[in-house]
Design a protein around this ligand. Structure first.
Ligand code: GAR
Length: 196
């Protein structure tokens, strides 16, 4: 059984989808949900499900990312994860942290990578006049949102869409895609999947 730690910053809806998927014959189980925000709703939700949680607030480190990560690393290492899933974790990790988990850290990003790395992906897709949007799961490497692709799901952009309406449509697909990718990844399959 693979041990999975999930890093979040907010509501944790992707975390909940991952957790819900890890039952029965799934080759992994959640061992920790950690956040840089002690007030993250997702932490409360994970605790209610009986999952170990940890909060390491980034603000007191005042931009010293290495020091923040050293603190974050403690509960993570204690949980002995085989796989780390970033699920709406909104801090950029240093190359040193990434290197430590190379080949076993995944991220979900709300765009059809390589389009729209970084923030405001839905507004940028609308501004560009795209007719399709979606989400991607990829391996995390030192280059932001650029690691090997593990899966993608597409949605149409509809007339009258706002960033919020498009984002909600994409998020529903994130909740399908991330569990599907994690199941395969935990079983050793890194070939990308494409959901529509
Ligand atoms: C998700 O849409 C995820 O793709 C995005 O944050 C949201 C978190 O929602 N992640 C990023 O933008 C990473 N750069 P959740 O907390 O409900 O899972």
């Amino acid at each position: 059984m693979k041990r999975v730690a999930i890093l979040i910053s907010g509501g944790g809806s992707n975390m909940l989808a991952l957790v819900a998927s890890m039952t029965g014959d799934h080759p992994a189980r959640p061992v920790l949900v950690a956040s840089n925000d002690p007030g993250a709703m997702g932490l409360k939700r994970a605790a209610e499900l009986g999952i170990a949680t940890a909060a390491v607030e980034h603000r007191p480190f005042k931009g010293d990312r290495a020091a923040f990560e050293a603190a974050l690393l403690q509960p993570i290492l204690a949980a002995e994860p085989d796989i780390l899933c970033l699920a709406g974790f909104m801090r950029v990790l240093t190359p040193a942290f990434v290197a430590r988990f190379e080949g076993r850290m995944l991220n979900i990003h709300p765009s059809l990578l390589p389009k729209y790395t970084g923030l405001h992906t839905h507004q940028r897709a609308l501004d560009a006049g795209d007719t399709e949007a979606g989400c991607s799961v990829h391996e995390v490497t030192a280059a932001l949102d650029e690691g090997p692709l593990l899966g993608q799901a597409r949605v149409p952009v509809l007339p009258g869409d706002t960033a919020d309406s498009l984002g909600a449509r994409v998020l529903a697909q994130e909740h399908r895609l991330y569990p599907a990718v994690l199941r395969r990844f935990a079983a050793g399959d890194r070939s990308p999947i494409f959901l529509s």
